[in-house]
Design a protein around this ligand. Structure first.
Ligand SMILES: [Zn+2]
Length: 162
């Protein structure tokens, strides 16, 4: 239960090549954790802040990871894993912890979650141009973000109950 898989942390070439895992040096692990978080896109926002994307203002589904960082997943969206670019395939295990399957080829029929980052209308990611269905998701999010911005801009406006 809740075993951390520290043995799978990928060393970043050129950065701290002489790192020696040692209980006396928690800081080096912290650094490795941060590198892993950056690789996988588990870049928060961190609690106690709200689970809201800093780029577009939409709320996501925040999940902790086994290396301490948090990932903002696109809420309510699951996708066939083979339609999601490598390194962006996320899963939530029975502990509610998010994990990234990295470059591993998904099993046939596997379904995964995607990080909000690649569905975010506030970011331009070159690689996403190859994945047309993500364009549709981002377009939808752009409309949501715009509507939210419009509502925020008019404090006196009544919320649309319909
Ligand atoms: Zn966003």
């Amino acid at each position: 239960m809740g075993e951390t898989d520290e043995s799978s942390i990928i060393p970043i070439p050129g950065s701290d090549a002489h790192r020696q895992p040692s209980p006396d040096k928690p800081q080096s692990w912290e650094k490795a954790d941060r590198a892993q978080a950056a690789l996988e896109g588990a870049t928060g926002p961190e609690p106690p802040g709200p689970p809201v994307c800093p780029d577009c203002g939409l709320a996501g589904e925040r999940r902790p990871t086994y290396y301490g960082a948090h990932v903002l997943l696109e809420p309510g969206l699951s996708a066939p894993a083979h339609m999601v670019p490598a390194w962006h395939r996320w899963y939530v295990d029975s502990n509610g912890i998010g994990w990234n399957s990295r470059e591993d080829e998904p099993e046939p029929g596997a379904v995964c979650r995607i990080p909000h980052r690649i569905a975010c209308p506030g970011l331009e990611l070159e690689e996403i141009g190859l994945w047309r269905w993500l364009d549709a998701v981002r377009g939808e999010n752009a409309r949501h973000a715009q509507r939210k911005a419009d509502e925020d801009a008019v404090p006196g406006a009544l919320p649309d109950a319909g």
